[in-house]
Ligand binder design. Structure first.
Ligand code: NAP
Length: 519
């Protein structure tokens, strides 16, 4: 009570009312006056993810009253046609309940500007529309440009924004650009892309989306590691035998040939999502929970990360062939629509990385990803060393594996601990059991979609969950030697759809006396 009094007139200046503390991260964070322009609004990503996320944010009351959404594209759409298109996307994809009044308020602020990416007049028209919106809807000159377009167009759009004066923020307002992966094909092209974007927008105005970082469990890695006492003493080379980071998908690549053929699993997933997960799991504690401090620690650990050699023994890659995915017989990659029947693109990639630091020296980090694998799952497993001495005989512990902490990123977010326990009965036998924390059971709040979190963060200038240009270039530096090696040495191995990848992936771990988890 005395604390309450201090809020209502006492002279206790040191006390800060948590309900009024602007740094209190528990409070709902509502974006200030602003608007967003989506380039590529007619594309797959905008329709499935971005537009539903914007509605969900509006529905949760997290967007400003005059929020304005402008679509830019080649179609000759009226405002009403654009509204209908967005409505359809929202009805199909939104997470939260549809509410007519929320929709109507959001729809009032929707506009569509027709144009190509090299069309000066259309960009001038867009600039005029932004000024008009600033006057009419109070967006205050604050605009986020979402480049939901193939990366080949980043340069055109950025230069048009610069030419038409839209990249420049006047009088305390802001202009930000949000870009989607892939951030290049290798370190060289990533650097070129960064140079293009940074020649128009300063780094602090660039928000690179790695949607994995918007997931609740990924942010929970930091809570688990740094808000608790029990994990940290074990989180190092003294106790951890190895780490497995897996992103497995059961879907194939039908319909995605244009994007995927020639790119492959390592560039699509390892360079961004998996290396980011590695950084969060392996980094040191940031001195504050701020974007700069977090990025500093991630960069430090990425600088210390490199592939383990020889790559012939520490990496594996594969391509799926026809097989049974559950009860359905599915095609192999080369028979998928749009793919080259001789495609050499890998749909499975695995590699071994090491981190030269006191904490991690000698601990292999195994990363793997693949399409058409046994199950859809993303997880990080810290597998511990065996106990140095076992008082129980070999037979009593024959069903005991290594202890493990498993952070499940999807599909059902949570944390699992595996340890040995006595089997009930008059005999003595120790067997693995799982202690399982599931987000959906422990909390009544539903996790927001990753894109909701990230779009809101970009509007709020909160950049913790966005990889910087340096992080992106460092990730390529780690992966490039592996990609070069694969380029020079043969073709991907085959694996049947519905299995857990090629034999070479199993051999890669078996050589070290280890096995992959079968989640
Ligand atoms: P998409 O379906 O191919 O859509 C591309 C968009 O760009 C369309 O709206 C298209 O307009 C527009 N566009 C292309 N060329 C244009 C031009 N010359 N002038 C004006 N507009 C043009 O691509 P997407 O899947 O939405 O992906 C967008 C970006 O996000 C890409 O960088 C992709 O790599 C990345 N991404 C996508 C996903 C996903 O799940 N889809 C996931 C992660 C990252 P039209 O309709 O007029 O052709």
């Amino acid at each position: 009570m005395s604390e309450l009094h201090s809020d209502t007139g006492s002279s206790d200046a040191a006390w800060v009312n948590p309900l009024r503390d602007p740094h209190d991260k528990r409070l709902p964070r509502i974006a200030g006056p602003s608007g967003m322009v989506i380039f590529g609004v007619t594309g797959d990503l905008a329709r499935r993810k971005l537009l539903p996320a914007i509605y969900d944010l509006a529905n949760r009351g997290l967007l400003p009253a005059g929020f304005t959404l402008i679509g830019y594209g080649r179609r000759e759409w009226s405002k009403a046609e654009f509204e209908n298109y967005v409505l359809e996307a929202v009805q199909l994809g939104a997470r939260t309940k549809f509410r007519e009044n929320v929709w109507e308020r959001l729809a009032e602020g929707m506009h569509f500007v027709t144009g190509n990416f090299d069309d000066d007049a259309a960009f001038d028209n867009l600039a005029a529309t932004l000024s008009e919106m600033d006057r009419e809807r109070g967006t205050g000159g604050n605009w986020a440009y979402y480049l939901s377009v193939p990366p080949d167009y980043f340069s055109d759009v950025c230069h048009q924004l610069e030419r038409s004066g839209m990249a420049e923020a006047a009088g305390g307002s802001w202009r930000r650009v949000i870009i989607e992966k892939p951030f290049g094909n290798d370190q060289k092209s990533a650097r070129r892309l960064n140079e293009i974007v940074n020649s128009v927008f300063p780094e602090e105005a660039v928000f690179r989306i790695d949607h994995y970082l918007g997931k609740e469990t990924v942010q929970n890695i930091m809570a688990l590691r740094f808000a608790n006492q029990i994990f940290d003493p074990l989180w190092n080379a003294h106790y951890v035998d190895h780490v497995q980071i897996t992103m497995a998908e059961d879907i194939g690549l039908g319909g995605r040939a244009g994007y995927y053929d020639g790119i492959g699993a390592a560039r699509d997933v390892i360079q961004n999502h998996l290396i980011q997960l590695l950084a969060l799991v392996a980094m040191e504690e940031p001195i504050a929970f701020s974007p700069t401090e977090l990025q500093t620690e991630k960069i430090k650990v990425l600088r210390a990360t490199r592939p383990v050699y020889p790559l012939s023994k520490t990496t594996a890659r594969g391509q799926y062939t026809a097989g049974w995915q559950g009860s359905t017989f599915v095609k192999g990659l080369r028979e998928e629509e749009g793919f080259d029947p001789k495609s050499t693109t890998e749909t499975f990639a695995a590699c071994t990385l090491e981190i030269s630091s006191r904490r991690w020296a000698g601990v292999p980090f195994y990363l793997r990803t693949g399409k058409r694998l046994g199950r859809r799952v993303t997880e990080i497993a810290l597998v511990f060393k065996e106990a140095p001495h076992q008082p129980f005989g070999e037979r009593m512990t024959s069903a005991l594996g290594n202890n493990a902490v498993v952070i499940r990123v999807q599909p059902d977010e949570g944390v699992l601990m595996r340890f040995g326990s006595k089997v009930p009965g008059s005999t003595m036998e120790v067997r693995d059991v799982n202690m399982d924390f599931s987000y959906s059971e422990a909390f009544t709040e539903e996790s927001p979609e990753a894109y909701e979190r990230l779009i809101l963060d970009a509007l709020l200038d909160e950049s913790s969950l966005f990889p910087t240009n340096e992080e992106v270039e460092l990730s390529w530096e780690i992966l490039d030697p592996i990609l070069d090696y694969w380029e020079e040495h043969g073709l991907p191995d085959e694996y049947a759809a519905g299995t857990w990848g090629p034999d070479s992936a199993d051999q890669m771990l078996n050589r070290a006396g280890r096995t992959w988890r079968r989640p």
